[in-house]
Design a protein around this ligand. Sequence first.
Ligand code: SF4
Length: 444
Amino acid sequence: MASRRASYDSPTVGFVSLGCPKALVDSEQILSRLQAEGYRIVPSYDAAELVVINTCGFIDSAIEESLDAIGEALEQNGRVIVTGCLGARAEQVWEAYPELLAVTGPHAYTEVMDAVHRHLPAPHDPFTSLLPSQGIKLTPRHYAYLKIAEGCNHRCTFCIIPQLRGDLVSYPIGEVMRQAETLVQAGVRELLVISQDTSAYGVDAKYRTGFWKCRPLKTHLTALAGALGELGVWIRLHYVYPYPHVDELIPLMAEGKILPYLDVPLQHASPRLLKAMKRPANSGDTLERIRRWREICPDLALRSTFIVGFPGETEADFEQLLVFLEEAQLDRVGCFTYSPVEGATANQLPNPVPEEVRQERMERLMELQADISATRLRRKIGQTVEVLVDAIEDGQVIARSSADAPEIDGLVYIADDEELVVGEFAQVKVIETDEHDLYAVRVT
Ligand code: SF4
């Protein structure tokens, strides 16, 4: 077989894709991974060192076609891995062709890649060959971002992400769960779920049912959050637009399955401006939703971001935003002044707001929010909260509570204590607060 690699260094794989569009998507996933790892896909049995066949098992004629294709590949090449729907009937396949290298079911990308690695090792790449199984992580060992989708179906006028990354493509739920498990096994204690529009997870896949540990799971945020909640680590949700089904997440938070934390980028409170921004899920009464969420889960920490000085924003619009903030009493708020991004349609909107007015509005907003935040944090004095220790520096322990996402929210400062370990959870009692942070002592 090695002679087949005469003119190239990359190991070569032949690929036969049979069946419906869903199987085709599986094939694309496997092919992407093979190529990303440096395998070369070749168009003939002769040139391939190994052949992967993605089969169909839907109707009898499809089964027959798949079995024929396997037989042909074995005859022409000899080294064959079978995946796909027919692979779900592994016994039947093994019985017909005991000489196969491996047989896996549909959506089993990881198993297919494992089988390929076993029988045809990936090429040595100095940039990737020393990677741990969970891949490259740029975060500390104890927390990790879990990306569940790429792209976005919306067209907010200030944003060019859809132009850069395309429409929403949700990652298969079984894959997301396996990635999450791998991270947890590698020592991660907190998973931060991200995508451009986390609430929309699964829309593109029509909420297709996937599998995790032989269990059917819908490609839907509620199912994903519930399954992630079984992993025994903190699960934090980011970029959750307030679509109606977001209400289903709140009981999971109240039950302690996922963190009582929602990062909902609202961007504004003036309906006129939200329309000009073309924001998703901006209908309905957000204040009423928030009130109901807090009724079900009183510990819920709400984070949001806002843009001030969007073209056409009047003083009245801005004041509407301040009133909203007073009423919503959000826990964490980020604020940006509008800045035109090359290629964004908002650049063509009339009535740009002068730079000094944008700055002044941001300062006013942050001042108000600092007061709200300080008042809300003060209520925590005397409470015992669970924290995750991020660092110990010069006798100071730096941790975060469920209300604090890394990098963007506040911190919990704890007097040094030998029992506290970076990357581990601890119970602490809050003794002091300021505008953004908590000060606490370990509870023994
Ligand atoms: S701001 Fe978010 S929701 Fe809007 S288009 Fe950009 S990525 Fe999509």
